[in-house]
Design a protein around this ligand. Sequence first.
Ligand code: SF4
Length: 356
Amino acid sequence: MFQWMTKFIDKVGSPDLDWIQVEVTSHCNAACIYCPQPLLGEKQHMPLSLFKQLFPYLGYTCLVYLQGWGEPLLNRDLFAMIKMCKAKGKRVGFTTNGMLLDEETVRRLVDLDLDILSVSLAGTSRSTHNRIRKGTDLAKIITNLDRLRQIKAQKRALRPALHLAYLMLSTNFHELPEVTGLAKRLGAEQIVCSNLALIPQEALRQEALFNRRDKQHHFISVLEEIAGDARRENLLFNYSSPVLQERSERCSENICYSCVVSVKGEVSPCVFTSPTLSQTAGINCDKAMNRIFQNRQAPLYPLSFGNIGTENLTRIWNKKEYLQFKRFHDPETKKGDMDTFPRPRSCVNCYKYFKV
Ligand code: SF4
């Protein structure tokens, strides 16, 4: 009776999520020049036992995205995690640097019926991509993705859908027009182009397209042209604006219908607030890793509303502080009501307010 009551109470007020993002590892086999991951001190894989703590709550989401500040294929339990989520009827995806997609791995992913395999690119030429995504090799990635295409054809499998995730930088933007041809050749369904929204050091400030005001008309017209090419090729093409929009009142991320679970089980609203980035400084602490925001260094404050290792996700979701945070970012909240909350300090220095 007590257990039944607990389950019932947990269902009341349970989250209704578009996705749960789970950081299955903070290890990486690459060292991309723009990524804060190489700066992390302690790195770890999420243990399967911790991952299993999420199970009672998978019913609250359709999609489980196994991604954080690391390369998911380094966690040997990744396949077991995918299998468990698929057994619960969930859509499952992750983003990879593509270096570990050997034949056996690709066959396993196809057999597991993984839904989305997104591969990160930072150029369409080997020299550009390899310079930016240090430790990876575009030629090898393309060989691996050709193999994925062949194995899917052999098995008559439609999944995983291949997505190309292109990080747009000032020094690789000139290669972006080639991405539709590459996507077509590899059998990709979607191209997603994002900005360098978290600038970890001053030397990279000019790499963010939105900091290159002199070239913004050019960026926009090239992106519109590529979008036209992609439409003609039946490819989905999504891109973030290369221009800072008027500062909005709220974050442009899906804060009210998603959450991020860190490698240690901490529940945060987004990857930028993940305690993984400031692990040595502790959670909700005053010390934090820095980011470059509007020509100055600004703290990247971690924010966790609870830990799935010790708490129930429904209760975490309904904590007063989390409800207030979501209310602040909820498009339904009226401007007058928002003025009663202080802007969350983790968000004050974030470009996601500018919709880039
Ligand atoms: S504005 Fe806040 S919630 Fe949104 S991405 Fe930035 S840090 Fe995360």
